[in-house]
Design a protein around this ligand. Structure first.
Ligand SMILES: Cc1ncc(COP(=O)(O)O)c(C=O)c1O
Length: 445
């Protein structure tokens, strides 16, 4: 087995910087359940699930069996120029499970980026309206069109398309309209309707509004519960399609299978990815038929919707349902939230704790009064936690939010174990035990 040092050298020589978002030197050798082992045999508890991907945990027997079974039958069959049962089974399941009893169809891709790009392409064609609205802080992907729909600080080097109008997202801890505003959600909707729609963006030219129910890469921001219903109402009044990007928080993570279910909102378009294939590349757009049928062959990727990916998606959904993982995410996630709030009482570095289920964010600040973002400290806490055996990342427009998105199978005992490590890591950073030089090679966001 090559050593970590050897792997690090080869990785630096061979792997493009363009695909790096590194926080510490992790070289995974194997993984099982909520645990990961590196090439030198060190064990880690996984509070990241590889960016909210491995929702059913690593090495689930049903998942492995389903993939092996499909490998035996056929490794590939084209869906763009043929038909196959795994795609139909998965599409049927998605149509049945997702909110909305209108006629729906399914489009398959590989990742959240291509799925959002497809939505952005089809909506103007389906409606004859040219514009889209998205929210500042959103991360919708890393292809040109999905980047154009995003508005994350990490993508500010990229100039997006002028047809996407970006508006503030309601952030209760840092309301973009000022701290004195008591209803940040209402202020956001008013700004959009009374200012943006009346000035630069006529609503009858808006095809869709794309939104994350929890803005995750933007800083794990949980908007006021009234926000999504108010946005859905606005869309309905102007005949605008509502697109919910559930790529990161869908598939049971928030405590329901799909996040809009918490708010009684039925999106016209639901975008899924990441956990849909539990790590096997797979994304899906589940949407009103008239949107996904806007034209033939408008979004075709040769190997998309392949039977192996579809078998992975089907098996993942079966495990989430059979093992009641959304319920576990809700119950154990509440316990996790409480334990994080208890940490906040002892660590002045923690300014805010927020989240739903197993999507939790811990915002670090230099000072609770000024709320000055503690970005360097976040990088150090994440690094120190890694050294102590816990995997997590940080996110946010100011790179100062510790993100906790474990596999949905995580137990209370594992929460306790992870919290103990996080507690120690926070203490070590507060005591100045992690140097700037240690974290210097890991640029993060
Ligand atoms: C909400 C959301 N949408 C889309 C994407 C893009 O997904 P992918 O990286 O699989 O292309 C991400 C990735 O982090 C995401 O968080």
């Amino acid at each position: 087995m090559p050593s970590l040092a050897e792997i690090s050298t080869r990785d630096a020589q061979l792997i493009s910087d363009a695909m790096r978002l590194r926080f510490y030197p992790l070289a995974v050798e194997r993984a099982q359940g909520c645990r990961v082992w590196d090439v030198e045999g060190r064990e880690y508890l996984d509070f990241a699930a590889g960016w909210a991907v491995v929702n059913i945990g690593y090495g689930h027997p049903h998942f492995k069996e389903a993939l092996l079974c499909q490998l035996e039958r056929s490794t590939f069959a084209s869906l763009i120029s043929g038909m196959h049962t795994p795609a139909l089974q998965l599409a049927e399941k998605l149509v049945a499970l997702t909110p909305g009893d209108f006629p729906k169809k399914v489009w398959f891709g590989f990742c959240g980026s291509d799925a959002n790009e497809t939505v952005g392409r089809l909506l103007p064609i389906a409606t004859g309206r040219r514009r889209l609205v998205s929210f500042i802080g959103a991360y919708h992907g890393s292809t040109a069109a999905s980047m154009a729909m995003s508005a994350h600080a990490a993508q500010s080097h990229f100039i997006g398309g002028g047809h996407v109008v970006k508006v503030p997202y309601p952030h209760p801890y840092r309301c973009p309209f000022g701290d004195e505003i008591h209803d940040c959600a209402q202020a956001t909707i008013r700004f959009l309707e009374d200012y943006i729609f009346k000035t630069i963006c006529p609503p009858d030219d808006v095809a869709g509004i794309i939104v994350e129910t929890i803005q995750s890469d933007g800083g794990d921001i949980v908007p006021p519960p009234t926000f999504l219903p108010m946005l859905a109402d606005l869309c309905q009044r102007y005949g605008i399609y509502l697109v919910v990007d559930d790529v990161k928080v869908g598939m049971g993570r928030t405590g329901r299978m799909f996040s809009p279910e918490h708010f009684g909102v039925i999106p016209d378009v639901l975008v899924l990815g990441k956990a849909l294939g539990n790590g096997i590349p797979l994304s899906a757009v589940v949407a009103r038929k008239e949107i996904l049928d806007a034209g033939t062959g408008l979004a075709i990727f040769t190997t998309a919707g392949n039977p192996l990916s579809c078998a992975a998606g089907l098996a993942t959904l079966e495990v989430i349902e059979q093992e009641k993982l959304p319920e576990n995410a809700a119950q154990v996630g509440t316990y996790l939230h409480q334990r994080l709030c208890a940490l906040q009482e002892r660590h002045p570095l923690i300014g805010d704790v927020r989240g739903m289920g197993f999507m939790q964010g811990v915002e670090l600040v230099c000072d609770r009064q000024t709320k000055a973002p503690a970005a360097r400290q976040a990088a150090k806490v994440v690094y120190r936690a890694f050294e102590l055996g816990l995997l997590l990342f940080y996110v946010g427009m100011f790179s100062n939010v510790l993100e906790i998105t474990p596999p949905l199978t995580l137990s209370k005992a594992e929460v306790d174990e992870g919290i103990a490590i996080l507690d120690q890591a926070l203490t070590d950073v507060e005591m100045g035990r992690v140097s700037d030089e240690t974290i210097a090679p890991y640029a993060g966001w």
